[in-house]
Structures are given as structure tokens and as C-alpha cells.
Ligand binder design. Sequence first.
Ligand SMILES: [Zn+2]
Length: 358
Amino acid sequence: MNDKEIAVFDIGGTHFRSALWSNGQLGSVTRRPAINYLNTAHHSPVELQEALADYLVSETERLQLESETPIEHVGISLGAPVNACSGCVLKSGPLWGPKSGFFELQAALTRRRLDIRWTIANDVTAGLVSYIQTCNPGRHSRILFVTVSTGIGSRLYDFARGGVPVDPVHGIQGEIGHIKVDAFFRGTRLKSSCDCGGCDHLNAYSSGRGVLKLLRELPCLSPEALEVSTMAAARDEDDDTMLAAFSHAVASADALALDVLATITRPLAAIFSAVLTHDPLLDSIVLTGGVVDALEPAYSASLDRQFRNHGLFQITECDSSYFSRRLRIVSPGSLSGLVGAGHLAEMAAEGRNIHVFR
Ligand SMILES: [Zn+2]
């Protein structure tokens, strides 16, 4: 699988990206606005879902003309949960709105072009696949790849099996953003809902959207502390300005900002504690995503502090760097979805599957 070109896609909620992938190299990238429920007239989410399949086929045909060679393999990174057994997209609020149901994308694409092998994966899986190209397999057992951005997701990679273990019936793994957690800010229990509609999910507190919601509530939760915080000037500003003020306040060790940071890292630290309790062979936790990137190095320091406060029985009291030794921070690359999709399609062309079912 060296001389044939592959078409690769990164399907996000706001942009679609496409490119040719050849011999492990990405060609020039085309970007266009996503076809989503906010920017496209539609009578039902089904029309948007079919429009996505039409776009993927027509853009593949355009890339084929550009490459002047037949394209038999396509890799797709998708910002939504995907059943790895069936290629069914389980839900996508950003693309198809809050009432969207599942979409059998694999079947829809095969129906349109039976001669092409379509490889579909969630964007966290694609990011992980891009990342593991940089790893020496002899030095790892299992790694956990975690993105903290608008939402939160994770994927475990098992080097011994050479793949991502998934539930053999439901075809998913690592949807930690939807785990129920307890979140407290300065001793006050918070109450919030996830974009999926669930109460108290990790996403509701520790994602980019969760942080923003907490920052908007500071005038009620902690008015006196906000008055003396460097974040006070941004209290009525737009989202980007408010997040930038938070990031700046964290960098300058503003007391209120560090308490907000502790509120968002504490539930995630508790989840990592449970994961490491069950999986002592997990040697690296790779953190990436816009929230982490904007708040480093304070983010990983806060997460490590919360992990040690939570503790790992009979370990952290005598090994204080147990967690920080495992932590890796990776800047989010805008091309990692396309690169991961390229590697995934190459693997499929060689008869290998990134997903492990048993
Ligand atoms: Zn949720």
C-alpha cells in the first residue's frame, strides 16, 4: 500500500477538511464550513446526514480527479461517537442538532460507492493513531489519550494487542465525558447538565463549555473574590475574551482562577485514579485539546495536585510522582485528524483493524 493515494477527511462540527494521503504524507488541505443544522436549511436531521454522505462521495471524486489515480480507500475522522463494529454514527449534536438520532454512515457510503473501502473512526481515535506513530512500542504497555476541548473524550491503546479495545456489542470505548461526577467550587456543590442532556456528566464541568459556564456564574458564586480578581474586567465580555482573561489569571496565579482550575481538574483526577487502580500497566496519560493547551503548565500541576489529594491506595503516599511521571502534554495539531485518518485507511488496506474486540 505505497503507491496508491487515499482520500482523508476530518469532519468537525464547524469545519470539514479533506486532503490526499500518499506514502504517509498529507497533501494540500481543503477546508470548508461544515454542513450543520445551524447553517443549512433542512426539514429533518436525516437530510443533513444524507448531505454528509453526498459531500464525502463528491469530494472523494474531486480528489480522485486531482490525483489522476483511482482512489480505493478513504479514511474519515469524525467528531462524534462511532460504533466501531458497524460504522454507525451514534449521535452528533454539533452537526445535526439536539434531536439527531444515529446514522448508518458506513452503509450510506457503501450504498453510494461500493467500490471504495470507507474507514470511519471517532476523532479521538484518529488523534490517538496519529500520536502512536511517535511512540516506541517496545517502551509502552498501554497509553490513555485524552482530549479536553469543547467536549472530553479518551481512548486506551493496548500495545500488546496493537489496537484500541472496544465493547464487542456496542463498539465504543473511553466516553469519559459522560461519566457522572461530583463537582464542587469552594465547597459549593455545582449542578449542571451535559450537551447530551445528562446531569452531572464530566463534560458539564471540565470541558471548555463547562469552564465557561462556571466563569459566567462567578458573580453569584463568589462576588467578593471576583472583585479583587484580574478576571473582574472580563465579567460581561464575550466568551473568547472571558476565556482569555481566565487563562491569563491562571498564568499569574490569581487565587480565584486557580480555584476554578481546581474545580475542573478534580473530577478528571478522580476518574484517572479509578482507571489507574484497575490498570497498573497504563504507563502514559496523554493530555491534549484546547483547554489543556490554553492553561499549561498550571493545568497539569493542578491535575497532579488533585490526583495526589485523591490518592492511589498504598501508592501515592510513598510515590508522589506516580501520576506526573505518566503525564504527557501534547499540543493539539489541526492536522492530527487527517493524519490519523490516513494511517487508519492504510491499516484497513493492509487488512488490519485498529479496533480490538476481545
Ligand atoms: Zn453527557
